[in-house]
Design a protein around this ligand. Structure first.
Ligand SMILES: Cc1cc2nc3c(=O)[nH]c(=O)nc-3n(C[C@H](O)[C@H](O)[C@H](O)COP(=O)(O)OP(=O)(O)OC[C@H]3O[C@@H](n4cnc5c(N)ncnc54)[C@H](O)[C@@H]3O)c2cc1C
Length: 397
């Protein structure tokens, strides 16, 4: 392996996007993935307009667009009354304002287009069964240690190794992630099983006391993705564990029959106990930097974790390209360009979970009154900071 190669630990959405972005700038890249094959678990993912900017920048935007479902609106429902609170149109005025659409896509499809881009790129090497356990550096090169006992040498190491990043453990050393106490259950239901009156072309969120339910169409309308969350004080972090139907259903007896019907159709449920971290700076240690969930893991309530990872990739590629003679300065410039925006997503996600998605009683009525008073333009103005910016906002000369 060439010592000039940029090493990336982790071949998730963040790591692969970074590989494509860096290769497009002429860098040689090696992606080292812990698993025995590249892939993603979980079904759907929402992509804001900022994600399409990133996908276009790294050269796979068109492929991703072909796989996406373009939803007409973000719809907020009251999970107890079964009534709509508000919907935010995602039609032409939205697309014109933010320069790109809002869409939903199967995770496997999104990861697949990134992987295909990497496989076809002559400057990218992909390795599996390659868990990075730590690193050493001497001011010009980085030596990554692998669980197999091997080492890999490169000019830079990017830790894109997710929520429980080994690279972060060395760079930041802030221990285990924070367990939020919220359990998220995921299932995919065939179109035919979705009640006809709820087959909306929308990313729909039913907000209720200590819970919320999200659904949207997926994979050319073959399925609906169903993601339901309960603030049930779960103490132990869990990732994608199978869970019994009854154990899911029994936690949602307090919601309207209208949406319970959907929950009842769900099968083959898996549970995640959600984690995040306090936002921190300090993602850089000399020639080593963090990216995506390794740097700024967030609750999913803005539906922006993967979008932020892709933005990071675009920004990192730009900064390393423009700081070729001073790598540490390039990495610090990348961190500084990204840290406030990603911290805003982390903190904002906690806040909307509490104030918007899980509100009850008078809190819910205050939410409704505020939301009813706003026009589509008002919502777009509030979302401008998120959807109107990109990984390059404020960094290009
Ligand atoms: C329920 C749920 C719903 C979500 N919905 C959305 C959404 O709608 N929109 C959105 O934008 N985001 C969403 N997210 C967030 C999004 O999934 C993550 O932010 C995103 O996948 C992070 O990508 P990543 O590449 O940084 O990390 P990961 O996806 O965690 O990838 C890390 C990769 O590194 C590998 N790895 C781990 N450790 C090592 C190691 N030491 N060495 C080598 N390889 C290693 C892993 O196997 C994995 O392949 C959601 C998250 C959850 C839990």
């Amino acid at each position: 392996m060439s010592g000039n190669s940029i090493l990336i630990a982790g071949g998730g959405i963040g790591g692969l996007t970074a590989a494509l972005g860096l290769a497009a700038k002429g860098f040689d890249v090696t992606v080292m993935e812990r698993a025995s094959k590249f892939g993603e678990i979980g079904a759907g993912i929402q992509l804001g307009p900022n994600a399409f900017h990133a996908l276009d920048t790294v050269g796979v935007g068109q492929w991703a667009r072909e796989k996406a479902v373009y939803v007409d609106m973000l719809r907020l429902m009251d999970a107890v009354s079964g009534e709509e609170i508000v919907h935010i149109p995602l039609n032409e005025p939205f697309r014109k304002r933010f320069g790109n659409p809002y869409a939903v896509v199967h995770r496997g499809d999104l990861h697949g287009v990134l992987l295909k881009g990497c496989e076809e790129h002559p400057k990218i090497t992909l390795r599996v069964n390659a868990e990075v356990t730590g690193y050493a550096q001497d001011g010009s090169a980085v030596l990554a240690s692998l669980a197999s006992g091997e080492t890999a040498e490169g000019s830079i190491l990017i830790g894109a190794d997710g929520l429980r990043s080994n690279v972060r453990a060395q760079v930041v050393g802030d221990g285990a992630p924070r367990v939020s106490g919220h359990s998220t259950y995921r299932a995919v239901i065939p179109l035919d099983s979705m009640p006809e009156d709820l087959r909306w072309n929308a990313a729909t969120l039913w907000a209720g006391p200590k819970c919320h339910i999200v659904h949207y169409p997926l994979s050319d309308w073959k399925y609906f993705n169903l993601v339901i969350t309960k603030d049930n004080d779960a103490r132990e972090a869990v990732t994608g564990q199978p869970v019994r139907r009854e154990d899911v259903r029994s936690q949602f007896m307090h919601v309207s029959e209208k949406i319970r019907r959907v929950i009842e159709t769900g099968d083959d449920w898996k549970v995640w106990v959600l984690c995040d971290r306090e936002p921190v700076g300090g993602w850089v240690d000399g020639h080593v930097a963090l990216l995506g969930d390794a740097a700024h893991p967030t609750l999913q309530y803005y539906a922006q974790g993967a979008c932020m990872a892709m933005e990071d990739a675009v920004c990192l590629s730009h900064m390393l390209d423009t700081h070729r003679s001073d790598i540490p300065a390039g990495l610090v410039a990348y961190q500084e360009a990204r840290v406030v925006r990603t911290a805003r997503v982390q903190l904002g996600s906690r806040a909307i979970g509490e104030l918007m998605f899980h509100a009850e009683g008078l809190h819910a009525r205050v939410r409704d009154e505020i939301m009813w008073s706003m026009t589509a333009e008002d919502y777009y103005d509030r979302l401008e900071w998120l959807y109107g910016a990109t990984g390059l906002t404020g960094v290009e000369g």
